[in-house]
Design a protein around this ligand. Structure first.
Ligand SMILES: Nc1nc2c(c(=O)[nH]1)N[C@H]1C(S)=C(S)[C@@H](COP(=O)(O)OP(=O)(O)OC[C@H]3O[C@@H](n4cnc5c(=O)[nH]c(N)nc54)[C@H](O)[C@@H]3O)O[C@H]1N2
Ligand SMILES: Nc1nc2c(c(=O)[nH]1)N[C@H]1C(S)=C(S)[C@@H](COP(=O)(O)OP(=O)(O)OC[C@H]3O[C@@H](n4cnc5c(=O)[nH]c(N)nc54)[C@H](O)[C@@H]3O)O[C@H]1N2
Ligand code: SF4
Ligand SMILES: [Mo]
Length: 711
């Protein structure tokens, strides 16, 4: 360890759903967590945490934390609770579940989780084995990166792509629909280092984000039109004879067919769809192909419209055509997650899922709870942990309506009484990262990071893993070793320690060093696909995929059910227009003419920290960015309170009149709690629960709204 400690120090790993997965140092004095800082020796963390986590130790001591099991005493949503014991909480859960199972069957119980905690032991999948053993409904969890992953697996297979640290070697860096300075902060220094050495940094974003402002060139397509832009770039590369034909011939499948598909996407045609000039499209194609190594960092936001998956397939074709993979630092970065040697089947136990178990997608929670979804077994109990759907999932008015059902038995495990937890019958207190053990994988770099328990949990809080051990015993599954494994046993059992990626390392190594860069090449020599070697069926980049069906990739679905089914997939990448736009839904656009995007807030981590006054102060209250033209047409001035609405709902915020957004687009960032906003609403009051074409991903960037001034 590189710090001179005042107290006792432990290794930490940031628990959040953030690509940076920072390596942290916990410092403890007199059993109190007094400091949490970035680990200086870690090549990406470099000693710094982001603005969200800079006082993470204090977060553990927030006076609003839920510290004991609570039972509801007032109407649902009132927030009135009494403290009960763990024994009472568990026996109430058992008796309510026993009744529900007797009457409706075990599938009437819906587990619901996401990446509030990202760890291997405490994260997304920490309850899967328990719920599969219980025989509950299966929740398909496609909040994030599922559309991108389906497209990625179809095109290049489960490769981690370019090491984010290898970006220092690039000469042309494209950050596409990713606001790195807010959402991937620890990648930014590598981009800047390359820039200092002469690289050009291009940001493709639907508005002038912080990152777009810091780029050499901001390309600003209309939201949801990136598929057309990518096809236009492909067209321009082919027409300008910029294709690395030798690489394409050796290592890709379907170039003639792609060429045919791209023919119609002339720069002029694409300009009309995207709002990006034909000249810019040509310039980009030329620069990307010739300034090698060229690399694209794809943001999750690329998937967030109806044509998201197809867009990502098209973007994946660009570095292949340019021959970028030949060069150190050239190619694509999506998620390094694919390289982590994890036995997901041991984590989740999909073999315990009974055939024909009903699967409910987490974006359709409102439909499932209100009975709008055609289900074989109605949902009578909702068990929620690691997620806050009333803030984060689409069509939240419908979710609230469902959660108000008197006959629904709701249990929420949480740190705070969130907008979701306040509808629970039972709230269970959960630990924060300093209070439990875990091992963090990452979707933004190649390091496994150890998180050590530094302090005893506050109050009666327990970790998710302990929660599911207690529930297993309560439900009579105590004969099952897997369900009762300790955290240390789980880490041993879940990681494939014999994989070459672990290079013979074991827990001793982690206890000494805290983190480990997978042995998949170093940032200075990783050239995964210079000579093809893509983990696809053909071993090549697959522009053309025949006979494929839509599927949800692991770790979002496949491993839960083993089933991969769905609609036919277009054999080629292409442009699928947004569902809600003036072109595709002209009648709707007459009522709701503005396209809203709802990216991440700089100062919150999804909805975490959005209940802390000093964090809201730093981030600013819910705002709505609108162009001067659109504002003037609505008599809206800077700072005016405004209402944003469509047929699904509404929310209020304060107008920011700015050239950073183009006319026709408004931006309101995500994470604000509806209960703390001006009106009882948030950006997800207006978002749609329709899926993107691939991977059942969300369509948060594909929503039309109107904005009016309120008094
Ligand atoms: N500060 C902060 N960091 C976070 C998070 C957070 O809540 N706050 N959340 C974490 C999570 S869960 C995730 S998934 C990542 C996501 O990280 P990002 O992928 O960066 O996600 P966003 O900020 O939602 O969107 C990135 C950019 O895409 C743009 N965008 C939206 N729609 C379109 C479009 O159709 N076309 C184009 N070209 N651009 C578009 C937005 O304007 C935004 O600037 O961030 C993680 N890091
Ligand atoms: N409009 C719009 N909506 C979006 C997005 C968008 O861009 N626009 N982005 C989507 C994306 S990318 C994502 S990833 C989702 C994220 O959505 P969520 O995963 O729901 O994100 P959070 O708001 O962080 O909620 C996590 C909750 O888990 C709790 N928690 C944290 N750690 C633990 C723990 O160890 N145990 C338990 N029991 N609870 C814990 C936290 O207190 C918090 O309330 O949101 C999606 N929603
Ligand atoms: S939220 Fe992201 S950037 Fe901030 S400390 Fe955690 S991993 Fe690092
Ligand atoms: Mo996410």
């Amino acid at each position: 360890m590189n710090e001179l400690p005042k107290g006792k120090v432990f290794f930490g790993g940031c628990p959040h759903d953030c690509p940076d997965t920072c390596a942290m140092i916990y410092e403890v004095v007199n059993d109190r967590l007094v400091d949490v800082r970035g680990n200086k020796s870690h090549p990406m963390t470099r000693g710094g945490l982001c603005v969200k986590l800079k006082d993470y130790h204090d977060h553990h001591y927030n006076p609003d934390r839920v510290l004991h099991p609570l039972r509801r005493t007032g109407p649902k949503g009132s927030g009135a609770y009494e403290q009960i014991s763990w024994d009472e909480a568990l026996s109430e859960i058992k008796s309510r579940w026993d009744d529900i199972i007797a009457k409706y069957g075990s599938q009437a119980i819906l587990p619901y989780s996401y990446l509030g905690n990202e760890g291997l032991v405490q994260g997304l999948t920490s309850g899967d084995a328990f719920f599969n053993r219980l025989g509950s409904s299966v929740c398909e969890k496609t909040f994030c990166a599922s559309g991108s992953s389906t497209a990625w697996l179809l095109t290049v297979g489960p490769t981690g792509g370019v090491d984010p640290e290898s970006f220092v070697h690039a000469k042309y860096i494209v950050i596409w629909a990713c606001n790195s300075i807010s959402t991937n902060l620890h990648h930014w220094p590598f981009v800047l280092e390359a820039q200092k050495k002469g690289a050009k940094v291009v940001v493709i974003d639907a508005y002038r984000s912080r990152t777009a402002k810091a780029a050499d060139w901001h390309i600003c397509p209309k939201p949801g039109t990136d598929g057309a832009l990518a096809m236009g770039i492909i067209n321009a590369m082919i027409e300008q004879d910029l294709v690395d034909q030798d690489w394409v011939d050796k290592y890709t499948v379907g170039f003639p067919e792609l060429k045919d598909r791209a023919r119609d996407f002339t720069p002029e045609y694409v300009e009309r769809i995207t709002g990006v000039s034909a000249a810019d499209i040509s310039t980009f194609a030329r620069e990307f192909a010739t300034a090698q190594p060229s690399v694209i960092r794809m943001g999750v936001a690329l998937e967030r419209h109806h044509g998201g998956g197809q867009t990502i397939r098209a973007v994946c074709a660009i570095p292949a055509l340019a021959g970028s993979w030949r060069h150190l630092g050239g190619g694509l970065l999506q998620m390094p997650l694919w390289e982590f040697p994890i036995h997901w089947d041991r984590v989740c136990r999909p073999d315990w899922i009974k055939p024909d178990t009903q699967v409910i997608n987490n974006l359709r929670l409102g439909r499932a709870l209100t009975g709008e979804m055609d289900l074989d077994t109605p949902i009578m109990s909702f068990f929620c942990y690691n997620t806050n759907p009333v803030s984060q999932a689409p069509e939240t008015n419908k979710i609230v309506q469902g959660l108000q059902r008197e006959d629904l038995f709701t249990v929420v495990s949480e740190h705070f009484v969130t907008d979701t937890a306040k509808y629970a019958d039972i709230i269970l207190p959960a630990t924060m990262a300093g209070e439990h053990d875990d091992m963090m994988f990452s979707w933004g770099h190649f390091y496994f990071t150890l998180n050590q328990k530094a302090i005893e949990p506050r109050g009666e809080a327990i970790s998710n893993s302990e929660l599911f051990r207690r529930l297993a015993r309560t439900m009579g599954f105590d004969g099952d070793d897997r369900l009762l494994m300790s955290d240390a046993e789980q880490i041993e059992h879940f990681i494939d320690w014999s994989s070459p990626a672990m290079a013979g390392k074991g827990m001793d190594y982690f206890r000494e060093h805290g983190y480990f860069h997978l042995a998949v090449g170093t940032p200075d020599d990783r050239l995964p696909h210079a000579e093809g070697n893509f983990p696809t069926e053909s071993g090549k980049v697959q522009f053309l995929v025949e006979g494929a069906k839509n599927f949800v990739a692991p770790p979002f679905r496949h491993m839960y059910t083993g089933r991969q089914s769905g609609e036919d997939v277009d054999p080629l990448p292409g442009f699928v227009p947004p569902r809600e736009s003036a072109d595709t839904a002209p009648d709707l656009a007459k009522l709701y003419p503005l396209n809203i995007i709802s990216p991440k807030s700089h100062g919150f981590l999804n909805s975490c920290y959005a209940n802390e006054e000093h964090k809201i102060k730093g981030q600013g209250e819910q705002f709505v960015m609108i162009s001067p033209l659109d504002a003037a047409a609505r008599q809206i001035r800077e700072g005016d309170p405004v209402r944003v609405f469509n047929k699904r709902g509404d929310f209020e915020g304060y107008a920011r009149v700015t050239d950073d957004v183009r006319s026709g687009v408004v931006v309101a960032t995500l994470g604000y709690w509806r209960s703390l906003n001006r009106s009882d609403g948030s950006v997800n009051s207006i978002s749609s629960d329709e899926h993107c074409g691939l991977g059942n991903a969300p369509t948060f960037s594909d929503n039309l709204v109107e904005v009016v001034r309120v008094n």
